[in-house]
Write a protein that binds this ligand. Sequence first.
Ligand SMILES: Cc1ncc(COP(=O)(O)O)c(C=O)c1O
Length: 410
Amino acid sequence: MKIWHPFTQEKTAGESLKIIKGSEVYLFDNQGKKYLDMISSWWVNILGHANKEIANAIYEQAQLLEHVIFAKFTHEPAEKLCESLYKLLPQELEYFFFSDDGSTAVEVALKMAYQYFYNSGNKKRNIYINLAGGYHGDTLGAMSAAGVQSDYHSTFSEFFFQTFSIDFPENKENEAIAIEKLQKFLYENNENVCALIIEPLIQGAAGMRIYSAEFLDKVVQEVRKYEILVIFDEIFTGFYRTGTMFAMDQASEKPDIVCLAKGITGGFLPLALTVTTNKIYETFFSDDWKKAFIHGHSYTANPLACAAACKTIEILQQKKTIENIKQISKVHNEMLLKLNNVYNKKRSLGTIAAFDVENPKIAKKIEAYLLKNGVIVRPLGTTIYLLPPYCISKEELMYVYKMVSNFKNM
Ligand SMILES: Cc1ncc(COP(=O)(O)O)c(C=O)c1O
């Protein structure tokens, strides 16, 4: 018997670290060693590990109703969750479709966008626009949507549907060039374009690549000229990761569809949402069964996950959480400036800090050095990022920066 781990080259990865418990920002292994989780366990444990309030919310819900089919049935935790999210999202985003993880939230968004046009009698729109290098998940549609420029999925490129990739704007000058190329593409192909899908303000898996809100706004304005739908993938950026509840809160333009997952349950249980507008919903609302959105998963809107999400949203809005988020951002800004010259391209956005090293080998060495010193990071190529749970204290974060600074490349 052998467990086959995700996103892992089993031959070179070495042995997996066996974790037996978690508490706040720490994970504990079976040898009694503790580690600061600086990747929030693949970006989901935004409030730290084993949060007692969330654990209790799940416990209480489990005594009452653990699961129920969600087609033609509903339940309070799902309704409560959608009501609280509705108050936080732009007003037009008012129809909530549940699924289980980020990739499925993206699949739903892509299918919804296509069927919106199909149901409206327009069957020509089957091209998606993305921002080059983006990442939207590992299912076929999500891989396709990211396009061939994404390094992760080229093995499967023969299955991909057609996309157009906007150049990633490395600087202001490039922004104008990227927009010009987009304009040209749209001028020639707009009638066949279904939707833009984009990670707002920062591309996570591509290497924590930050771009401006102005660029995001401009891109959205360009596609909107042709009635193309706009999908924001806030799976990574949502729930204060970028310093505001949603990354889109820092931009003027809002999407027709937003995808939420990862931090939504504080890392306790899988859950995702694809949220959209009345304009889209009403094209599915019909006497014709075929116009319905025929998509669902067995665990859709699991009540335990919904209860965890309700509690997570509640904690996220508490003064203490918001103050801590601001403090993380402040420490990042101050400490990045002080990092030595092993590190370049220092950048931060909200609770995310990132920097690059010369090559992936050095990044791997830093990962091993930090692990030895009780800090978990997971480099993306040459990029090292620090993405703490929001409960991290100033002292704990300063310790991480001290360890990063202490690394000597030998
Ligand atoms: C922006 C973005 N979209 C989608 C996904 C896929 O989410 P999941 O891993 O939950 O399927 C990820 C995961 O890292 C992501 O960062």
